[in-house]
Design a binder for this molecule. Structure first.
Ligand code: NAP
Length: 278
């Protein structure tokens, strides 16, 4: 019998039962015949530091991090990638063989890869990008849009101060629009992104007027429950090209899977089906 250790990975957060990451990674483990397990772990803030110290000793090669620990893990990591530092949060930890904990944020990567897979000729330089929302996910979206070449990024948020704070961090490429002018911000926008939780099952409806949306726009929503949100339905009806938010979740997971298990996985229709069936 081999005494080779079976690598473990997982997701830490609280609550965690809703997470689709176990279905996602388990599908890849099976598809690629990789020996390994992916485990959801409900860990409270008070246990976070101890858990992260102990997990590598138990055979974990890394974990995904979700709400509410995405910011706190930065303090516990030995190495933080530039993009995680810029975003101010990590969604992936790698427990290295030398004992160091490496923190990364792949949300922005997942966001861009999803857009590119959904609209292969999407051009970030085609015109202004309009981003709705200024929470944690918006930070990753803004950082990645600027990284791929967006030079005119319009931003609106219900709480204007949060949008202003992001403008101060990301610089003059960002222009803040008042929440009541969110509809105007969409005029001539080439890329439109909802990063708020509006339109999600159990949350308030998406009420931003969409009359200004151009049919040339590529429109995407980070919300993926439901898959076809109000924003995407209206944009589809107008003739825009639309991309749902599920693909961002799938694509952000690929670099972590590769680092932990040594195989670069693909985002396929069968993966989407496995994750939707969860
Ligand atoms: P967050 O940090 O809590 O931010 C929430 C955002 O939604 C803020 O901009 C907030 O505005 C806005 N908002 C909430 N309720 C609102 C309301 N009633 N009216 C107007 N604005 C409202 O959350 P997050 O982590 O950024 O996540 C945001 C959404 O993205 C969630 O639905 C999450 O599931 C989704 N997400 C998806 C992926 C993916 O892979 N597809 C990844 C990450 C996140 P205020 O600042 O005014 O409160």
């Amino acid at each position: 019998m081999s005494d080779e250790k079976i690598p473990l990975a997982g997701v830490i957060g609280s609550p965690i039962a809703h997470s689709r990451s176990p279905a996602l990674h388990t599908h890849w483990l099976r598809t690629y015949g990789v020996r390994g397990h992916y485990i959801p772990m409900d860990i409270s803030y008070s246990d976070l530091a101890e858990a992260i110290r102990v997990l590598p000793k138990l055979g974990f090669v890394g974990v995904n991090v979700t709400i509410p620990h995405k910011e706190a893990v930065l303090e516990l990591a030995d190495l933080v990638t530039d993009r995680a530092a810029l975003i101010g949060a990590a969604n992936t930890l790698i427990f290295r063989k030398d004992g160091k904990i490496h923190a990364d944020n792949t949300d922005g990567y997942g966001f861009i890869e999803n857009l590119r897979q959904g609209v292969p000729d999407w051009n970030p330089k085609a015109g202004p990008a309009a981003v709705i929302g200024a929470g944690g996910a918006a930070r990753a979206v803004i950082a990645s849009l600027i990284e791929v070449g967006v030079t005119d990024l319009r931003l609106t948020n219900r709480t204007r101060a949060r949008a202003e704070a992001l403008r101060s961090e990301f610089g003059p490429k960002v222009t803040v629009y008042d929440w009541v002018q969110a509809g105007n911000m969409l005029e001539e926008a080439a890329t439109v992104v909802n990063t708020t939780s509006l339109g999600m099952v159990g949350k308030p409806d998406f009420r931003i007027p969409l009359d200004g949306l151009s049919k040339q726009a590529v429109v995407t929503d980070l919300v993926y429950t439901p898959l076809r949100t109000h924003l995407l339905i209206v944009a589809d009806d107008l003739g825009c090209r639309t991309v749902d938010g599920l693909g961002m979740l799938l694509h952000q997971a690929a670099p972590a899977f590769e680092r932990w298990f040594g195989v670069r996985p693909e985002v396929t229709d069968s993966l989407r089906r496995a994750v939707l069936a969860k």
